[in-house]
Design a protein around this ligand. Structure first.
Ligand code: KG4
Ligand code: ZN
Length: 331
């Protein structure tokens, strides 16, 4: 079965071709970073306009790279939520129209489910497992019993982890998006240089990053700019260490409480080198195993959408013309 996966939930236009639910024949992403960078964050209206320009060329390119003719596709999969409404509508309308015109079946895919399952693009993981999804819009912890059976354990009470990275990068004048830049800068810094706080919550599997963000802001404003300019790497490393600690603690608590010894990461922040490194150490100490996707499957991509779509289409699922984009879709 050959499935086209389309992802336009946020600011990247992505298209991929997946064969038999596992062979990635093409996986292309057209980044909008340069468009949004001057504003220090995503401008939703501009994001949807960019998707309109990019979607057809991206799909054409993906099919060419995969060596697949449009008529050879067995199914189409597209993100239908959660995300920015305008952005979601571009991908969904495109795929719906294609399905209607060609008669090729399509399914709408939950973006969070795609991140939770993205590991299967590269390896089989036994069920059950704990999935930590950390991205620009979400920070969530799930217990995954099987494909389609997800229990929500916890999530962020305020900012997402990636959002904290992006906002702190903006405060420090490091550009947008901030995750990669802070990750790189932190490699030259001392993570113990500044004692930023770790949020302590009453609910064991939840996360909170806005206090940390405010704390970085206070630190920067308290010190004169000339003073902290020299310490950029230390500040980045200290901030990052706090984020990483706050992602690890609830996840390990869930390992302890559930007895499930497999953890899977997904979402843009799971590309973070310190999170991968420190989580590997801590997970090993806890006698558990950690799986994370390659960088190209951590950040938003069409292959993970095609993966979930292939599974659903294979089970006979079909969506019709009435399916709508749901910006607040949950899993
Ligand atoms: O999953 P994703 O591509 O899009 C959403 O669904 O939001 O995640 C994007 C987020 C951004 O906030 C970005 O700053 C963050 O992932 N990110 C990182 C890294 N690479 C991307 N955060 C920390 N370290 C990284 N290396
Ligand atoms: Zn995402």
């Amino acid at each position: 079965m050959i499935v086209l996966g389309v992802e336009t939930s946020c600011d990247d236009t992505a298209a991929a071709v997946l064969e038999n639910g596992r062979v990635v024949r093409a996986n292309l992403v057209s980044s909008q970073d340069a468009v949004h960078a001057p504003y220090g964050g995503i401008v939703p209206e501009m994001a949807s306009r960019q998707h309109i320009h990019a979607i057809q060329p991206m799909v054409d390119k993906a099919l060419t790279e995969a060596g697949v003719a449009a008529a050879d596709l067995d199914g189409l999969a597209v993100t239908c939520g959660p995300g920015l409404t305008g952005s979601l509508l571009v991908g969904l309308s495109f795929v719906k129209a294609w399905s209607f015109r060609s008669g090729i079946p399509y399914v709408g895919v939950n973006h969070l489910e795609a991140h939770v399952m993205s590991i299967f693009l590269e390896r089989e993981v036994s069920f059950p497992y704990l999935a930590l999804v950390a991205s620009g819009g979400h920070t969530l912890l799930y217990l995954v019993r099987s494909f389609g059976d997800y229990e929500h354990l916890g999530g962020t009470l305020d900012d997402a982890a990636g959002e904290a990275y992006d906002k702190v990068a903006k405060m420090m004048g490091l550009g947008f998006p901030g995750g990669r830049v802070i990750d790189d800068l932190a490699k030259q810094g001392d993570p113990r240089a500044v004692a930023f706080p770790r949020a302590r919550l009453r609910t064991p599997y939840d996360f909170s990053f806005s206090g940390l963000k405010t704390s970085v802001w206070h630190y920067l404003t308290r010190k004169r700019k000339d003073d902290w300019r020299d310490d950029m790497a230390d500040i980045a490393a200290s901030f990052q260490e706090a984020v990483v600690d706050m992602l690890i603690a609830p996840t390990l608590r869930a390992v302890e409480d559930t007895g499930i010894r497999r953890i899977v990461l997904g979402g843009g922040v799971s590309a973070n080198s310190r999170l991968r490194g420190k989580m590997t150490e801590k997970v090993q100490e806890a006698g558990a195993e950690l799986h994370y996707p390659s960088l190209r499957f951590c950040t938003d991509n069409g292959a993970m959408v095609a993966l979930v779509g292939s599974h659903r289409l294979g089970e006979g699922d079909r969506d019709g013309p009435r399916l709508n984009a749901d910006p607040a879709l949950t899993l």
